[in-house]
Design a binder for this molecule. Structure first.
Ligand SMILES: Nc1ncnc2c1ncn2[C@@H]1O[C@H](COP(=O)(O)OP(=O)(O)OP(=O)(O)O)[C@@H](O)[C@H]1O
Ligand SMILES: [Mg+2]
Length: 261
């Protein structure tokens, strides 16, 4: 059965699926070239719900490009990106990054991307799932509802900052935080956005040993206790591998499995 989602500029096709396997994200035959350079060449990847996959590859092999396609920042030349949500298969190929984010896909950026002059708390609040869809009209006509949503969002933001060990820095400006603290705030943003599928681009880059260990333990906890599905790009694979069930190496546009569970 097919139904086309309403109120979208882009077309998202929803298909009822009888597939009971708990896959979360699937790419089918992804192809992408920059100029004459073929970066991805028929790439197939399926993430099961709740699993963590480690993606390795040489510099320039296309790891970030793959994350950019999954996030909706780049449209592939061919192939598709599917999300599995509430028993339905959603084709998000070419959908906007905002639409994909609202479908539950969140990203830890290689360059972190917090708002530098905002506090840690406001950075987390800005990602609030409950505040994203609010319209200006709703702000005028539903003031009590908005106040309640903001109160709930603030409580959640403080809770999420506590989960990443940053409760005592909630009022600190983001640009006064260390790289490790910024990454922890960025993880709190993923929790605040209620993202279920996490794309993590080099989460350990730029961290000393202690900070890297803190981030690792958090990722392990959010994967095992919170059931977050993770695709992790990381050069420090020997540190990340123990918390990832499967490992792939990206070369010549294809994924090669390196280890199975
Ligand atoms: N917007 C772009 N325009 C043209 N070429 C690009 C663009 N983005 C990436 N590339 C090229 O595509 C290839 C893959 O780049 P990508 O950034 O995905 O590699 P990567 O595996 O993430 O590398 P790294 O490990 O250094 O982060 C590289 O050759 C890169 O120069
Ligand atoms: Mg990269």
């Amino acid at each position: 059965m097919e139904a086309v989602a309403e109120n979208l500029n882009e077309t998202i096709t929803l298909r009822a699926t009888e597939d009971v396997l708990p896959w979360a994200v699937r790419t089918a035959n992804l192809c992408l070239a920059f100029g004459g350079h073929q970066v991805l060449e028929g790439l197939n990847l399926t993430l099961q719900a709740g699993e963590a996959i480690l993606l390795r590859g040489e510099n320039g092999s296309g790891k970030t490009t793959l994350l950019n396609i999954l996030s909706g920042l780049i449209r592939p030349d061919a192939g598709s990106v599917l999300l599995h949500l509430k028993g339905r298969e959603i084709d998000v190929t070419g959908s906007s990054p905002e639409r994909i984010a609202r479908s539950g896909l969140g990203r830890l950026w290689q360059d972190i991307r917090l708002f530098p002059t905002m506090t840690a708390l406001d950075n987390v609040l800005a990602a609030s799932a409950e505040l994203l869809d609010r319209t200006a009209l709703a702000g005028i006509t539903c003031w009590p509802l908005i106040r309640r949503q903001e109160r709930v969002a603030r409580e959640r933001a403080l809770h999420n900052l506590a989960l990443v060990g940053m409760a005592d820095r909630s009022d600190s400006s983001a640009d006064k935080l260390s790289v490790g603290q910024m990454k922890r705030v960025a993880l709190a943003r993923l929790l605040q956005a209620e993202a279920d599928f996490w794309l993590l681009d080099e989460p350990l880059a730029g961290l000393d040993q202690v900070s890297a260990e803190e981030i690792l333990r958090l990722l392990e906890r959010f994967n095992t206790d919170h059931g977050k599905t993770m695709l992790v790009v990381e050069h420090q694979h020997e540190r990340m591998a123990p918390i990832c069930g499967r490992m792939f190496f990206l070369a010549n546009g294809h994924l090669q499995p390196e280890r199975s569970v």
